[in-house]
Design a protein around this ligand. Sequence first.
Ligand SMILES: Nc1ncnc2c1ncn2[C@@H]1O[C@H](COP(=O)(O)OP(=O)(O)OP(=O)(O)O)[C@@H](O)[C@H]1O
Ligand SMILES: NCC(=O)N[C@@H]1O[C@H](COP(=O)([O-])[O-])[C@@H](O)[C@H]1O
Ligand SMILES: [Mg+2]
Length: 396
Amino acid sequence: MWGAPFSSQSRKLLLLGSGELGKEVIIEAQRLGVETVAVDRYADAPAMGVAHRSHVIDMLDAEALKKLIRAEKPDLIVPEIEAIATHALQELEEEGFLVVPTARAARLTMDREGIRRLAAEELGLPTADYRFADSLDELRQAVEILGTPCVIKPIMSSSGKGQSICRKPEDAESCWNTALEGARAKGTRVIVEAFVTFESEITLLTVRSVSGTVFCPPIGHIQKDGDYVESWQPHHMSAAQLAEAEGIARAVTDQLGGFGIFGVELFLTDHGVLFSEVSPRPHDTGMVTMVTQDLSEFALHVRAILGFPLDPVHLLSPGASATLKAETAGQAFRVTGIGEALALPRTQVRVFGKPEIRPGRRMAVALSAAEDVEIARTAAKQAASMLKVEVIEDEQ
Ligand SMILES: Nc1ncnc2c1ncn2[C@@H]1O[C@H](COP(=O)(O)OP(=O)(O)OP(=O)(O)O)[C@@H](O)[C@H]1O
Ligand SMILES: NCC(=O)N[C@@H]1O[C@H](COP(=O)([O-])[O-])[C@@H](O)[C@H]1O
Ligand SMILES: [Mg+2]
């Protein structure tokens, strides 16, 4: 259907962001004979090791981004992180490039303000109460209005970076400083959200393709310090809750448009399902689908964005994932315990191959399948606890 990689007729995919999620996207694209180009802000990023070639640029630099893309001329531009100069993507889209799912979706979801205003104010979807603040004074006012506890996050960040809980009004200043330090891009704007007491939280993977919209079975997860540590699929919820969740996911993904997978994050509460945020790309909690579904979230994304049809998703087995995170910073380290973890039943490990560690950085994930979600969770957690990031002292 298309030429070999490197030939004039090849189909070329350029990935913006080359972490653990992008690595799996590239592998799936390679399986369909696509030529792949991985881009990130640092060398030797996980997806770079499996792509045909790679580039290191500052993806928030609009000029650098446009120059690279005009030179590469990819058939598909696939954002893998949110911190990208999305106005440059809009310009490129106007020139005829295809941005996944659309440049507008990338722009709206790159910052929490765009997507929150769209979901809550335009679509009227239920969310936590929120305010935005550009200074410590404004933050104090927002905290007063919303009350404590509340959650404060930079508008552009992910994996919980810069996020903190303000437990009493006096905490506002330290939360402000945490947000400034953790923000992905320069800028001071933060979102303040009322604290949601949820019974559980889920990711509803939603795929838009030529075959319409399909939902994956819901994925339950646990987050620590704003970053995921454990996920499982399926998450048990009532038929009414699932219908509510799918209604929200459909409304928001229809609005964003385009083809591809979306990770719709939702809180399940006593008062109904609340929308939290959405990623227009594979989701970290969705790594579990590598052991649960016939097509993983990465395979689904690649199929959808290439314009191929999709069957409804089949859950082959319940399963769970648990993460390994580094605790210190450095470059001399090794991941140990892989053999022990793999000795557990129906367990796999993905070691991402990131070149450096820093506190809280996700380095690997353990994946377990089992006849029951609880058994899978226990196995995945046990496997992850066997994995260690061992610092090599004499090389530091
Ligand atoms: N308003 C809130 N009330 C209670 N808990 C919250 C609230 N907002 C966020 N959290 C908790 O923090 C987690 C991370 O929040 P959020 O998804 O907004 O951050 P993120 O940095 O975008 O994370 P990721 O990139 O991993 O999705 C949530 O999954 C939830 O556990
Ligand atoms: N919650 C979003 C998420 O999990 N994104 C994944 O983490 C990578 C960045 O990791 P790093 O910060 O360790 O480089 C991203 O490239 C993506 O694969
Ligand atoms: Mg999130």
